[in-house]
Design a protein around this ligand. Structure first.
Ligand code: BO1
Ligand code: ZN
Length: 260
């Protein structure tokens, strides 16, 4: 168990053999077709504890670059399509072999170059491990990134330190204590403009426990910054050149778009 990859005999089309849930009806990612979405006015999506500095660390777990916080005072979200408070667990990235792909969710069948996932668990369940046993256990914020020539200053410190986590299992303290603030809510002015739908973890065990909130406005990252992510190694020792799951059937689910 635990050995999945993005190619070959452990690739996405084989995940369902070991992890039956990956063959379920509410899987992520999906293609969001704007002509098919249902508009809705949700309460304001609110972010707490994002401001201020957070000590954070960054890990190569063999599947992605993941960032977690040492602090007990971590960000949380409430409102929007979720009817209680969800607490920050971790954030991580998905990317492609080239800049024309990499995002997991697609919009109008368009791939973006990278996707940032910010993972939160339902506070009333007491812990992440308990929350993942419940069908409303997690909310994940999805931010889409388009590759450009201009670097995004938000990524400067992370990109510099990716060279210290090339090997699987490497773990370093992030020098920039503002990383969480920058990545949990990179664009607060556009935070009420999102798609939302019910889906799953996009990796094994593909649990169908996620309220997805995908922000409509793409952010940007430079070609060079993006290339740093492709330099980390995966479990088999080769470069993790790509780590996005292909889109899954919508199967009658409704995708909503918030109209603030
Ligand atoms: S994602 O945001 O849908 N790409 C996502 C995917 C997986 C996880 C969180 C968010 N976490 C996984 C861990 C596994 C663990 C599982 C259940 O959660 O990577 O190690 O088994 O806790
Ligand atoms: Zn993810």
């Amino acid at each position: 168990a635990g050995n999945f990859s993005y190619d070959g005999t452990n690739g996405p089309s084989h995940w369902g053999k070991e992890y039956k849930t990956c063959l379920g009806k509410y899987q992520s990612p999906i293609d969001i077709e704007e002509k098919d979405v249902t508009t809705m006015t949700f309460p304001e999506l609110q972010f707490s504890g994002v401001e201020g500095s957070h000590k954070a660390y960054m890990t190569n777990n063999g599947h992605t670059v993941m960032i977690q916080s040492f602090d007990s005072n971590v960000p949380s979200i409430s409102g929007g399509p979720i009817n209680s408070t969800y607490v920050f667990q971790q954030l991580h990235f998905h990317w492609g072999q080239n800049d024309n792909q990499g995002s997991e969710d697609l919009i109008n069948n368009h791939s973006f170059s990278m996707e940032l996932h910010v993972v939160f668990w339902k506070k009333e369940y007491g812990s992440y491990d308990e929350a993942v046993k419940r069908d409303d256990g997690l909310t994940v914020l999805g931010y889409l990134y388009q590759a450009t020539d201009e670097p995004n200053p938000m990524f400067e410190s992370i990109v510099q330190q990716i060279s210290d986590i090339i090997g699987v299992g490497s773990n370093i303290t992030i020098s920039d204590n503002n990383v969480l603030k920058k990545l949990v809510a990179p664009d607060i002015a556009s935070a009420q403009n999102y798609f939302t739908y019910r889906g799953s973890l996009t990796t094994p065990p593909c649990l169908e426990i996620v309220q997805w909130i995908d922000f409509v406005k793409p952010q940007h990252i430079s070609h060079e910054q993006l290339a740093a992510f492709r330099s980390i190694q995966s479990a088999d020792g080769t470069n993790l050149t790509h780590n996005f799951r292909p889109v899954q059937p919508l199967d009658g689910r409704t995708v909503y778009r918030n109209i603030a």
